[in-house]
Design a protein around this ligand. Structure first.
Ligand SMILES: [Fe+2]
Length: 272
């Protein structure tokens, strides 16, 4: 059968419909990979994959990331479900690219909803920075393409912990900054903005001027028209392309019971 697609908003987000065996066999994998880079986020409603099926589906799209032998990560703010990670995950409430400091950021992540808050909070939100860049005036696109952006641990951490001690701030500075082109030209030819909470300043530009530019680009790329916000139902699956987007979780309370299982697809190209 053909893959049925329904665009959720004109510039971001597409729902995929096909029999579940076809997703598991990878019948539509090539089309899904391309759609992902174009639309930034794809949804399959009510597929109810278990961990094994989620991994099988992920492997049709790319190489699954394994950290310490673990391929499925439980995402929750509840310290009982996820000891130690709850603090770290606070950062996920701000617009970001995963692994913006890594040589090759991950390609995509696949989330499935296992438990959702009764209150309807905790949407997952994805902003299409490919679509946003495309909409900028051509003259500005050319200007931005010449710039390099420096991503730092300190930039993301100071926004999560504005009251950090001197000692904490020193530890953030120990992480090597990562310099990227501000505009990522993908092998496919698509171009996207390399921005978000970890983007600290523009190389060779006055600090404040550079930060004002980054703030303006963040605000532009996360305007409503570029953002798809997913209200979860148990059994839904969401894939976001980490290379053409920013994402965040909408706030939810740590004791809401929200539990997502996540699989990450390894990156395929360095930012260039
Ligand atoms: Fe993230």
């Amino acid at each position: 059968m053909a893959l049925e697609t329904v665009d959720l908003k004109p510039k971001v987000g597409t729902e995929l419909r096909a029999p579940r065996e076809e997703f598991l066999r990878g019948d539509h994998a090539e089309r899904i990979r391309d759609l992902l880079e174009e639309r930034a986020v794809l949804i399959i409603r009510g597929i109810h994959f278990n961990d094994e099926e989620q991994l099988q589906f992920a492997r049709t799209l790319g190489e699954v990331m394994s950290l310490g032998g673990q391929e499925i990560f439980k995402i929750s703010l509840d310290p009982k479900t996820n000891p130690g990670a709850a603090e770290y995950l606070k950062g996920s409430l701000l617009w970001h690219i995963d692994g913006a400091m890594d040589p090759v950021p991950s390609r995509a992540s696949i989330l499935t909803a296992r438990r959702i808050p009764a209150t309807g909070e905790g949407n997952t939100e994805v902003a299409n920075t490919f679509a946003a860049f495309q909409d900028l005036p051509e003259e500005e696109q050319r200007r931005l393409e010449k710039l390099r952006v420096v991503h730092t641990m300190a930039a993301s951490q100071r926004r999560v912990y504005p009251d950090a001690s001197e000692e904490q701030r020193r530890r953030w500075e120990e992480h090597e900054p990562k310099v990227h082109p501000l505009v990522w030209t993908h092998k496919s030819g698509r171009k996207s903005l390399v921005i978000g909470v970890s983007a600290d300043y523009i190389e060779g530009m006055d600090l404040e001027e550079g930060r004002a530019l980054l703030e303006r680009l963040d605000a532009f790329a996360t305007r409503d028209e570029y953002v798809y916000s997913h209200p979860w139902e148990v059994g839904d699956l969401l894939i976001w392309d980490n290379t053409v987007s920013l994402h965040r979780a909408a706030p939810y309370s740590p004791d809401s019971g929200r539990l997502m299982h996540r699989v990450t697809i390894v990156g395929e190209e360095a930012v260039a």
